[in-house]
Ligand binder design. Structure first.
Ligand SMILES: Cc1cc2nc3c(=O)[nH]c(=O)nc-3n(C[C@H](O)[C@H](O)[C@H](O)COP(=O)(O)OP(=O)(O)OC[C@H]3O[C@@H](n4cnc5c(N)ncnc54)[C@H](O)[C@@H]3O)c2cc1C
Length: 431
């Protein structure tokens, strides 16, 4: 185990930081259990890829980088058991070598498996639930030293309440995931008119295995991403990938961001130029995890909320109207994704097929105003915020938004009566 006494924690977005009094990196479950019993207060962190203040603490912080191995693989059952700090990208590579894959993924794979599960991280596809739905079983070390194994069917009520847990119930020390045979995705992406695309939204959502939209604000177009699951061979060119994923998406995009910093009003035209001149139609087949994931984005801020799919069309039309008629000058894509309804108490997709709308911006200037406007818009549509992205910690609103909120809080009080795992974020949400 490693231990640092003067550690300065920053999250990926560099919008929040803290100085825990102790920073532990255990390498075994026994070491984890030892930290729990000897500390009065603890917060866990995976890779710090949350924009919210979810990880922050001045007490002990436990990072799972050294506790991140595969424990076992059952190829027949297609189940992999692993330590919680394993990164999704490490798991993708491991599974690929075994001819297996995760069923669905978000836009990046830098996060730890436990971190992604604990915040309700999601990908896109109306027939696919959030990433936590791939969990068969997990082990939770609780404040009083218990080691509980929670299975998705045998302990259904407990599992559904605890799987999206914000790190508030204890420490996940092992996870068993269901995986699928390795597959490819055929990506068909192109630029289309925003309003016309929204007219066809229902068909696009239903007809594609995975589907998302990127809207660059102030433009009249959207980038449409349609993905079909396939076992056909990979046909994507390495040169194209290098040009798109390392030159255009990284270097050219960052150059445009810099130009947009000189004069914010230029962002309207920059976004239009990007969409109309730089994003070309694409039809390719590539391994699933390489298509689900996008190139590492530049530093930026994010809010993202989930809404009932039934309001999708109106939501998007209104959002475009609101942003275009506002003072905001956004220099980053706005992301629109979908997920299937689930039964997890703290999942933003609880009980309803969902559309996720994310407002992103690579600029701190004006961010608080954008966040405030987005939140009042999102509340008007009865949205639920992503726990790992920025949002106002308003217990009253959250309690109304999540029908099983109290069930989670009761379990939290039962498993952690002294608040060993509660930081300010948890206290504000559940006070
Ligand atoms: C560039 C970028 C892209 C992203 N893309 C997506 C996306 O496509 N879809 C999406 O939904 N989200 C996305 N996110 C958000 C991200 O997936 C979540 O914030 C996720 O929780 C980060 O994982 P992490 O390992 O960094 O966890 P951290 O941020 O370090 O921690 C998150 C929570 O997990 C808890 N935790 C960690 N390990 C354990 C453990 N062993 N036991 C108990 N609790 C634990 C922590 O206490 C904390 O509450 C993105 C974030 C970034 C920065």
């Amino acid at each position: 185990m490693k231990q640092v006494s003067d550690y300065h924690f920053y999250n990926w977005g560099k919008n929040c930081d803290c100085r825990p009094c102790n920073y532990f990196q255990p390498a075994t479950e026994d070491e984890l259990a030892g930290i729990i019993s000897s500390s009065s207060k603890i917060r866990l962190t995976g890779t710090g890829h949350s924009w919210s203040t979810i990880c922050l603490t001045s007490d002990s912080m436990v990072n799972t980088d050294l506790y991140s191995q595969v424990i076992s693989l059952d190829k027949e059952k297609k189940q992999v058991r692993l330590q919680p700090g394993m990164k999704l990208w490490q798991l993708n590579n491991y599974l690929d070598k075994e001819g297996l894959a995760l069923e669905n993924l978000g836009s990046i794979s830098k996060q730890s498996v436990a971190g992604a599960i604990s915040t309700g991280t999601h990908g896109t596809g109306i027939n696919y639930r959030i990433l936590a739905s791939q969990v068969e079983e997990f082990t939770l070390l609780t404040a009083n030293g218990d080691r509980r194994i929670i299975h998705c069917e045998r302990d259904k009520e407990m599992f559904d309440t605890a799987i999206v847990n914000l790190g508030a119930l204890g420490v996940i020390s092992e996870i068993t995931l269901n995986v699928v045979p390795a597959f490819c995705l055929r990506e068909q992406s192109y630029v289309a008119n925003f309003d016309e695309t929204i007219e066809q939204l229902d068909e696009l959502i239903q007809e594609n295995d995975h589907f998302k939209l990127w809207w660059f604000p102030h433009s009249d177009e959207v980038v449409v991403y349609r993905y079909t699951r396939t076992y056909e061979s990979v046909n994507d060119s390495r040169l194209r990938q290098w040009l798109m994923e390392e030159v255009l998406s990284v270097l050219v995009y960052r150059l445009f961001l810099k130009i947009g910093q000189i004069h914010r009003d230029w962002r309207k035209n920059i976004n239009r130029l990007l969409v109309q001149k730089f994003i070309q139609p694409l039809d390719r087949i590539e391994k699933s995890y390489k298509v689900f994931n996008v190139p590492e984005p530049p530093l930026h801020r994010e809010v993202e909320w989930a809404f009932d799919l039934k309001v999708a069309r109106e939501l998007l039309q209104e959002y475009k109207r609101m942003i275009n008629s506002s003072k905001h000058r956004i220099n980053f894509l706005q992301e629109i994704r979908f997920s299937k309804a689930d039964e997890y108490a703290l999942s933003p997709s609880f009980g309803r097929d969902s559309i996720w709308l994310g407002a992103y911006n690579a600029d701190n200037y004006g961010w608080d105003d954008l966040k405030t406007d987005f939140e009042s818009f999102a509340r008007g549509y009865k949205g639920r915020p992503h726990w790992g992205k920025e949002f106002t910690l308003d217990a009253d609103y959250l309690q109304k938004a999540y029908p099983h909120f109290d069930r989670f809080n009761t379990l939290r009080r039962q498993l952690d009566p002294q608040g060993k795992f509660a930081n300010d974020y948890i206290i504000k949400i559940f006070s």
